[in-house]
Design a protein around this ligand. Structure first.
Ligand SMILES: C[S@@+](CC[C@H](N)C(=O)[O-])C[C@H]1O[C@@H](n2cnc3c(N)ncnc32)[C@H](O)[C@@H]1O
Length: 373
């Protein structure tokens, strides 16, 4: 199933993310940054506050994994620029994006210059394009986090991990089996089958996990291990926002098309394939960073409603409403606030977890990260 997810999402010709814009009312789903600028602005304020606690180290790199339309990064950069906290030359933006189409959408939103073509045969170039942001900082695009330069970084992953492939495992009296996707020879359709034997993904099952059916995303674990190692070794702060659970859910793999649930095995490549993020697995990864470092300091998860409320979304809404002349804009702002904070919708379904370097322990014991205490 993991392989078929990878093919459906990422093949260059027909992969779901590769050639189209799937966001908004015309697309298959809407994300929090697309709902309102309030979301990205409050995340930016949070990062600035925590970066200040670290002593405002420069140069500062902001790394976003899976930036979609670039809306979140655009809101974050606007706040950094308005507050005039750092010279543009000391700030850089690194985007980890696999989709050529979305990287163009991001370029249009974030840049005032056209991207420079990169000679990818020169192996010293780890990025595939570069330009300058509207505020004059360099922005580069990478396919993998491991290619991003190492320096003090703010890592942001919003609805990134839910797009990565999962392996579905079933444990029964015969042992541990993986759910695989097979061709139904009679009808030329796809169907699920169980592997005869144990498969490599099973090495990620935790010893004390009581579930008889679970989803494992090795790619997510490896990426968080890399992020965690960089946070401890180079300094930085990580924030992961996604819909998910703390290791109690079993069966969350599903497909969305035109904002409706869709059969994942029908018309491969035309629907968004997704699974809830298992934050207990991401926490394990942050406790066991790559290159055998010490555990990161981990805060959360908290739900989006709690975080945004503690960060002052009610006050921000009031300010935006007061500054607006149009009744329809005021209505839109109120409905966006409701969407982002409703405990039955995004406010309750989305969870936030953050990672800090182990060296920040004493400071954070006195001044815990805002929104998580
Ligand atoms: C669900 S979208 C989220 C977009 C954005 N963060 C937002 O919330 O609006 C997932 C993003 O991750 C990117 N993506 C998916 N798989 C990826 C991979 N393996 N490596 C890098 N980017 C990936 C997609 O192209 C897309 O930009």
């Amino acid at each position: 199933m993991s392989l078929i997810m990878n093919i459906c999402i990422l093949t260059s010709t027909a992969g779901y993310y590769m050639n189209k814009d799937m966001f908004g009312t015309q697309g298959d789903f809407t994300t929090s940054p697309e709902v309102s600028q309030m979301f990205g602005e409050l995340l930016a304020i949070w990062f600035i506050n925590e970066w200040t606690k670290c002593g405002k180290p420069t140069p500062l790199q902001i790394v976003e994994l899976g930036p979609g339309r670039g809306t979140l990064m655009s809101d974050v950069l606007r706040v950094f620029s308005k507050l005039n906290l750092i010279e543009p030359s000391k700030l850089s933006v690194s985007l980890v994006e696999i989709s050529p189409h979305l990287s163009q959408v991001q370029e249009k939103k974030l840049c005032n210059s056209r991207t420079q073509p990169i000679d990818e045969t020169d192996t010293s170039n780890r990025h595939y394009k570069e330009a300058q942001t509207l505020y004059g900082s360099p922005v580069r695009w990478y396919r993998n986090l491991s290619d991003v330069p190492r320096s003090f970084s703010l890592f942001l992953a919003h609805e990134f991990f839910d797009a990565l492939p999962v392996h579905k495992l079933v444990i029964n009296e015969q042992g541990c089996h993986e759910v695989l996707v097979d061709l139904n020879p009679d009808e030329c359709t796809l169907r699920y089958v169980l592997s005869r034997n144990r498969t490599p993904a099973s090495i990620y099952i935790q010893k004390d996990d009581p579930r008889k059916s679970l989803e494992i995303s090795p790619q997510s674990i490896v990426i968080v291990q890399e992020m965690a190692a960089r946070i401890n070794q180079d300094g930085g702060i990580g924030m992961i926002v996604d819909y998910g659970h703390e290791g109690e859910k079993c069966d969350t793999f599903r497909a969305f098309k035109n904002h409706k649930l869709h059969d994942p095995l029908l018309e491969p490549g035309t629907a968004d394939l997704t699974a809830d993020v298992d934050f207990s697995a991401l926490k394990w990864a942050a406790r066991n960073p790559a290159r055998s470092g010490k555990s990161n300091l981990i805060y959360g998860t908290v739900d989006q409603r709690t975080f945004l409320t503690k960060m002052g979304i009610d006050l921000r809404l009031e300010k935006l409403i007061a500054a607006s002349q149009s009744e329809s804009i005021k209505r839109d702002l109120k409905s966006a606030h409701q969407m982002l904070t409703d405990p039955n919708e995004m406010g309750g379904k989305f969870k936030i977890m953050t990672l800090f370097p182990v060296g920040m322990e004493k400071i954070l014991a006195r001044y815990p990260p805002h929104g998580f205490s």
